[in-house]
Design a protein around this ligand. Structure first.
Ligand code: NDP
Ligand code: 2IT
Length: 453
């Protein structure tokens, strides 16, 4: 790219971002997600007049619609409780809206817009026909009884059910929405619609769920890391791995790492992290999964039970490692954390969580030329198997574990290949740019074909 073109792209990016920030005030997470994509897409579009004339990037950064609604329920002490539910239907150019639901005290419109925007690119990368959406509520499931969670889910779905459907929008889980919540949500949807369709993925195996969906995000993330290592003739066996989070994604990232001979030394939750210098094994991980999904306990209990370090209120990024897997939440790696990781010898970061690294942290990884996989590529395995769950529901049959796992691996390899195709810079692969460009192209081409919509 000539320096004049580079200068023009930089000026356009500045104007584009200031316009977006003005139109969407008070939405820092959304600004961040768009900036991370626009910094790659704006220069890419410099010599592609058709996309520019059609204002595709402006259209892709404006959601199709945002649905906001009141959710009223009664707690165990008979108090009336009021929460805010939302669904951001971001883009359905290449398929019905698809994306998870997040129940967390910090859920805001900004968070759901960033997640919905990311989902558009991620779903495009999976090769499956899925548009992008995200939803949720500022509901904190911590400390709630099963009955309270059930009543909240039913109240939430009573409104959401008007806006979703098998050809319209198919929600799934995310933070705070696991097997229990998906079951309550799907039960209420089925009851209200008087129809048994696959609307909602991550369902239980007895009622239309897919084998491997529970494991898919974590397994897919490790498959992607394995592909990246292979470009350098390296492998997972023997590598020390730092994992954050202790929820669905973290659990199955750790499981696959162990299966492939990795040594997992940390796990975390919002209260701190455990540092198990000997490494987790299958038995310890099984205990941790029980702690988190059945007993719903805190991570320090692991340290007490197995006798290892617990670092209260801290994140694990200063622990020396070969590879890091952030699997908790957005912006959990800042510049200082990224510098610690690189200085301590970390040569691969694969994001299990959505947008766990700040833009400046990504710069640190890219400047150091380590293998860095952006979330929209490395955590796409979850939504990919959600897509396969829909396929099985439509066919009215269930595939075996092996069939689904093979499909998942194939999809992760295809995503890796797309990132390499669009992200190669000399002998280094810019996976972030590769994922942004590859994800963008399919959606943009569909939008161009539709004309002005
Ligand atoms: P879970 O609810 O199962 O687990 C979330 C984990 O992250 C918990 O350990 C939680 O700790 C921790 N966490 C949440 N918020 C914070 C915070 N603010 N600070 C520190 N720790 C936090 O969610 P998932 O495992 O499903 O999701 C984790 C990440 O992966 C999210 O970014 C999600 O968007 C992403 N993702 C999930 C997919 C899926 O299929 N489930 C697919 C693709 C991406 P605590 O219990 O203390 O709150
Ligand atoms: O962020 C994500 O990709 C998810 N939470 C999974 C979405 C889905 O529809 O399975």
């Amino acid at each position: 790219m000539s320096s004049a073109t580079e200068k023009h792209a930089a000026q356009y990016l500045k104007r584009f971002m200031s316009g977006l920030e003005r139109r969407n005030p008070g939405e820092p997470e959304f600004h961040q997600a768009v900036r991370e994509v626009a910094k790659d897409i704006v220069p890419y579009l410099e010599d592609k007049q058709a996309y520019k004339d059609a204002h595709i990037l402006d259209r892709m950064t404006e959601p199709d619609r945002v649905i906001v609604f009141r959710v009223c329920w009664v707690d165990d002490e008979n108090n009336v409780r009021v929460n805010r539910g939302m669904r951001v239907q971001f883009n359905n150019a290449i398929g019905p809206y698809k994306g998870g639901l997040r129940f967390h005290k910090n859920v805001t419109l900004s968070v759901l817009k960033f997640l919905g925007f990311e989902q558009v690119f991620k779903n495009s990368l999976t090769t499956l026909p899925m548009g992008g959406a995200k939803g949720g509520a500022n509901f904190n499931p911590h400390g709630k009884s099963n009955g309270e969670v059930m009543r909240f889910c039913q109240a939430f779905m009573t409104e959401l059910s008007r806006h979703i459907g098998p050809y319209t929008d198919i929600p799934a889980g995310d933070i705070g929405v696991g097997a229990r919540e998906v079951s309550y949500l799907f039960g209420q949807y089925k009851r209200l619609q008087n129809e048994f369709t696959g609307t909602i993925t991550g369902k239980g195996l007895a009622f239309g769920g897919s084998l491997i969906r529970t494991e898919a995000t974590g397994y897919g993330c490790v498959y992607f890391a394995r592909e990246m290592l292979a470009t350098r003739g390296d492998e997972i066996r023997g590598k020390t791995c730092v994992v954050s989070g202790a929820g669905n994604v973290a659990q199955y990232t750790a499981e696959k790492l162990l299966q492939l001979g990795g040594k997992v030394v940390t796990m975390s939750d919002s209260s701190g992290y455990i540092y198990d210098k000997d490494g987790l094994d299958e038995e310890k991980l099984h205990w941790l999964i029980g702690l988190k999904t059945v007993r719903r306990g805190r991570i320090h209990e692991y340290a007490e039970y197995f006798g290892c370090e617990f670092h209260e209120g801290k994140r694990p990024w200063d622990v020396p490692c070969d590879m890091a897997f952030p699997c908790a939440t957005q912006n959990e790696i800042d510049t200082a954390d990224a510098k610690d990781l690189v200085a301590n010898g970390c040569s691969l970061v694969a994001e299990g969580a959505n947008m766990p690294s700040s833009i400046e942290a990504i710069d640190v990884f890219q400047d150091a030329k380590i293998l860095y996989a952006p979330a929209k590529a490395s955590n796409a395995g979850g939504v990919a198997v959600s897509g396969l769950e829909q396929t099985q529901n439509a066919m009215r049959l269930s595939w075996t574990r092996e069939e689904v796992d093979e499909n998942l691996l194939d999809i992760m390899q295809k995503i890796h290949a797309a990132c390499v195709e669009h992200g190669r810079e000399g002998d280094w692969i810019n996976y972030a740019r590769g994922a942004n460009v590859a994800g963008f192209l399919k959606v943009a081409d569909a939008m161009l074909a539709y004309g002005v919509l």
